[in-house]
Design a protein around this ligand. Structure first.
Ligand code: ATP
Length: 303
């Protein structure tokens, strides 16, 4: 599925073209297209086992496709030259526990032709106070920030971030988001996988939703959200959800936290009818469905 509105498909930093991958008899990716562009953050979403890690593995040259192609800067991802232009933060990564953070950074930066100054990397990742500490003695969240520093220290043109904010507190997460935004604004391309949909919503220019090894939806956050075209109405009301479920245009109805919650396609007719049917109705709130709701619905339909 090539998206003609997607400039990344034409000028890609990295791409999967009809990529297939199976583990033994088990298919993990079945004809996946994905293109990453400069200055864009592309969120790769999907439930557990959807194929996200496999897709990243193909783009990084850690895995070989069984069919189709994986390209990194137009070349084979297993070549050294394109790999020197990327930064990678995976969920697993064995780092020396005994080396100090500054030593780890110097070592990794040495692998790149034009690395950032160590102090600059440390500032961007919020680890200036950790440089003298042995990596193994850091907390989980601190280690995650060091891993991010290692991913950006080579001034990458393309950054792979696999669940980067797992284990980070709110402040550290916000700081990381700000740095990611700044890198994207400078032209860096980013592939982000996350199970935090608000993270994708806050950062992503484009979203690809995978399920069972196939692309379920691809587009901007707004386009994905529009795929479900659902608006949520919440209010305090004496009306019963089981009655409302039979109304025209009501997709779902339930009590949530003491409030009536309705999913609707077109809010106006339902709102008029609600207000007419219940003179005591209060605390009314109407909003378009967010990415989380669109995502839940898309993956539920696929299942
Ligand atoms: P998660 O969100 O849980 O990290 P994911 O979207 O990254 O999931 P993958 O790890 O790519 O999913 O897995 C896709 C499918 O391939 C799953 O069915 C998984 O069980 C299978 N799989 C992944 N790695 C292997 C492997 N090394 N050997 C056999 N099967 C594998």
């Amino acid at each position: 599925m090539h998206d003609r509105n997607d400039p990344a498909a034409l000028h890609a930093l990295a791409a999967l073209r009809a990529a297939h991958k199976r583990y033994g008899a088990r298919p993990a990716l079945c004809g996946v297209d994905l293109a990453l562009a400069p200055g864009q953050l592309h969120a790769l979403l999907g439930p557990n086992g959807a194929g996200k890690t496999t897709a990243i593995g193909l783009l990084l040259g850690l895995l070989r496709p069984d069919g189709g192609r994986a390209e990194l800067f137009g070349a084979d991802p297993q070549q050294l030259a394109p790999r020197r232009r990327i930064g990678v933060m995976l969920q697993t990564g064995a780092l020396s526990e005994t080396l100090r953070v500054g030593e780890l950074l110097r070592q990794t930066a040495g692998y790149y032709p034009r690395p950032l100054a160590l102090a600059e990397t440390a500032r961007m990742a919020g680890i200036a106070d950790l440089l003298a500490r042995p990596y193994g003695k850091l907390s989980g969240g601190q280690q995650r920030r060091v891993q991010f520093a290692l991913a950006i220290c080579g001034r990458p043109e393309l950054l792979f971030l696999d669940e980067p904010t797992v284990g980070l507190d709110i402040e550290a997460r916000q700081a990381l988001w700000a740095t990611i935004r700044a890198l994207v604004a400078e032209g860096c391309g980013v592939l982000l996988t996350t199970h935090y949909l608000e993270e994708a919503e806050a950062l992503a220019d484009r979203v690809t939703v995978l399920a069972q090894g196939r692309v379920l939806a691809a587009g901007t956050v707004a386009e994905i959200r529009a795929r479900t075209q659902r608006t949520r109405i919440r209010c305090r009301s004496a009306l019963a959800p089981e009655v409302l479920r039979d109304w025209d245009g009501v997709l779902d109805a339930a009590f949530e936290d003491g409030l009536l919650s309705l999913g609707v396609r077109e809010p106006e007719p339902v709102l008029r009818r609600l207000l007419a049917a219940d003179a005591t109705l209060s605390a009314l709130e109407v909003r378009r469905a967010g990415l989380a709701e669109a995502f839940t619905e898309l993956t539920r339909e696929a299942a």
